[in-house]
Write a protein that binds this ligand. Sequence first.
Ligand SMILES: CC(C)(COP(=O)(O)OP(=O)(O)OC[C@H]1O[C@@H](n2cnc3c(N)ncnc32)[C@H](O)[C@@H]1OP(=O)(O)O)[C@@H](O)C(=O)NCCC(=O)NCCS
Length: 376
Amino acid sequence: MNPPPVTELEIVPLDVHDRDAFDEWHGVYLAAEQACGELVGAPWQLEEVRAMMQDTGSRAWSAGFSGRVDGEVVSVGWLRTPMLDNLDRAEVAVHTAPAHARRGYGAAMLAHVERVAVERGRTVLVGGVAWPYDLGPEGAGSPGRELARRAGYDLALGDVKRMLRLPVPAGLLEDLAAEAAAHHPGYELRSFVGPVPEELVAGWARLDSLVETEAPTGELAIEPASADPAVVREQEALLAAQGRTSYHAVALAPDGEVVAFSHVVATVHEPGRAYQWGTLVDRRARGRRLGLAVKVENLRLLQAEAPDVTTVSTYNAETNTHMIAVNERLGFEPVARLGEFQMCTSGPSSRGPEGRARSSSRATDEGGRDRRIEAP
Ligand SMILES: CC(C)(COP(=O)(O)OP(=O)(O)OC[C@H]1O[C@@H](n2cnc3c(N)ncnc32)[C@H](O)[C@@H]1OP(=O)(O)O)[C@@H](O)C(=O)NCCC(=O)NCCS
């Protein structure tokens, strides 16, 4: 980590229950995201972030920071530390109001957030940076990338954001479903809106916990998430508080086990848009076109239940060829990129043999992720 730059920025912790302070903090974040470009930035809306930051669930601890100059908030920071898994990891984000860019505030805020992360015992710091698709996989020149590189972070994984315009013609979905069905006789598809039914929740929790590590992880030092059904219920309660609705499709093996799922989330705070969250096929069930099957099934559900939704966005590792092939058949098109930057400070998770041993660059899995689950 570089020493913090000297600026006149006064950094104070955000009181997430102070409505005015929270609104101002979010306003800076939103303006900075919007300045990235309409398809590049993907800001969480005010009430989604407020509910998440006020949540006292067991999964993670989070905090915000406001950086003021002459009383005005000009730069904001965010920190999240998982509490059930990935105990060496911290997710960091900084945003500077476009009118105050390039005065050292972002770098000062980042240094502050890093200090708090290290105080909390975290040694693997990660942050996502978005840039236009045409800028290429390295994102040279993008402000976030340049800031991250200068602060000592490396690009650990390159993702591409793709968008699908709805409705997908019913005939295409029917053809794709029929094509997939020929490869998975004996497997049952189910779809549902809202919480996962009780009889499926243990199996669903197990698969969902693997999404982050079964999809290509590049150089990210990351381990599977908790698979506790109680945590799924906590997450569902938070989604409800955020005004979000889940659309799910799962595939059940002949023995009833959940072996594939796809999860899409829409929010009342952003009408018309939905976001693809996880998609995963269990290793034991691959090769049966279940990834395509659950995605098609879920799109049918979404189109029937939420006809006002006109776009679905998804993020995939650039190397995730299987998932991307499925997405392209459905009509998803690339619109932006997201770099996942990482810096390992010290301890057993440092960059090096141990850190690398847990990561891989496989390109074989039907895993899809949505970074919106991780960071506002
Ligand atoms: C990235 C961001 C936080 C930078 O904020 P900022 O206050 O303007 O950044 P700073 O003035 O502290 O810049 C620090 C260094 O980052 C790099 N940098 C920042 N903006 C840059 C730009 N537009 N072009 C090239 N380099 C840039 C430079 O190395 C800069 O040092 P320098 O000015 O001495 O050359 C801001 O552009 C932003 O909010 N972007 C959207 C969100 C984002 O990508 N956040 C980062 C990851 S979560």
